[in-house]
Design a protein around this ligand. Structure first.
Ligand code: AMP
Ligand code: FE
Ligand code: FE
Ligand code: ZN
Length: 297
């Protein structure tokens, strides 16, 4: 069976492999298509398209954005967005600025605890910097023995150096993706630990705001959840997507192209997604049909 992977993190957010290394690994594992979905950044694009082309791999532009609905924090994947979209780049710059502000806050708290760390000690690249980078820096300095310990002692919610991050309301995050020509997909619903009825209600609400699909294949979705999600996709005409959520580090939940427990992410998911992402027909050039909520077969 051919494999794809629509949920991957690179060094441009909190992954440990560069986009080049991910593309090589994907070739090695026989993937036919992939999307790098770094947190809050499209920095891997458009260069990734050239890398994919050189290797004969289909590349879907992607991103993962954290949003909230009341007290619920949820992750949205966006596929096929235009990285040049001005509204999108402005919004992402604002998110990165808010992140840096928060990173400064966390570092100030660590300093108060007599742990000397400076903002300059974190990777300062194009892309996203967050708690995983702080955890890595603390581990490298021998303040903690592992990144897990860094989270457990300092960085987890209620940890000694935790600072809250301002999140986008889901409605706004969804609009940001749609306005950039992308398809919003609800990521790993299994992580939200909602009861069936609550999950179904949430998906219905999001669908009304333009949700295009659900990440059914993901290591954090149990078998029952996958079953429920598949039914919701069928009833509501939503795309089924999937990925490993690979971060490149050892002990990650699943290898590239798998969604946990050795289950493959099947390439059969790709044609319906590609069809939805297809360029609007050249005529009539009245409206951008890609944005329209036409019923999905
Ligand atoms: P941030 O976006 O800066 O708030 O960091 C969130 C990221 O930190 C997530 O994507 C996870 O990869 C990682 N993370 C969150 N909680 C933990 C934890 N308890 N242990 C290890 N990694 C975590
Ligand atoms: Fe992550
Ligand atoms: Fe996520
Ligand atoms: Zn992810």
């Amino acid at each position: 069976m051919s494999l794809i992977d629509l949920h991957i993190h690179s060094t441009l957010s909190d992954g440990t492999l560069s986009p080049e290394e991910i593309v090589s690994l994907a070739k090695e594992r026989g993937l036919v298509a992939l999307s790098i979905t770094d947190h809050d950044t499209l920095a891997a694009y458009p260069a990734l398209h050239q890398l994919g082309q050189a290797q004969g791999l289909e590349i879907i532009t992607g991103i993962e954005v954290t949003a909230h609905q009341d007290d619920l924090s949820l992750h949205l994947l966006g596929y096929g967005l235009d990285p040049q979209s001005l509204g999108l780049t402005t919004a992402l710059d604002e998110i990165q600025e808010a992140r840096q502000e928060r990173n400064r806050g966390i570092i100030a708290r660590l300093n108060d605890l007599n742990i000397p760390l400076r903002l300059e000690d974190l990777p300062n690249h194009q892309g996203q910097t967050g708690r995983p980078h702080i955890a890595r820096a603390l581990t490298l300095r021998g303040v903690v023995r592992s990144e897990q310990e860094a989270f457990a002692r300092f960085l987890r919610k209620d940890g000694a150096a935790y600072v809250k991050r301002q999140l986008l309301p889901v409605r706004q995050a969804m609009a940001m993706i749609i306005e950039a020509g992308g398809l919003p997909v609800l990521a790993h619903p299994g992580t939200m630990k909602l009861h069936e009825a609550a999950l179904a209600r949430l998906v219905n609400e999001l669908k009304d705001q333009g949700l295009a699909g659900i990440e059914v294949h993901h290591p954090m979705n149990g078998e029952n959840t996958r079953h429920l999600l598949r039914k919701l996709c069928q009833t509501l005409g939503l795309l089924v997507t999937g990925g490993s959520d690979f971060h490149g580090r050892e002990g990650d939940r699943a290898p590239l192209g798998e969604s946990g427990g050795r289950r493959p992410v099947p390439a059969a998911l790709l044609p319906p997604l590609s069809a939805r992402l297809g360029q609007p027909l050249p005529s009539p050039p009245l409206s951008d049909t890609r944005h329209a909520h036409h019923p999905h077969r």
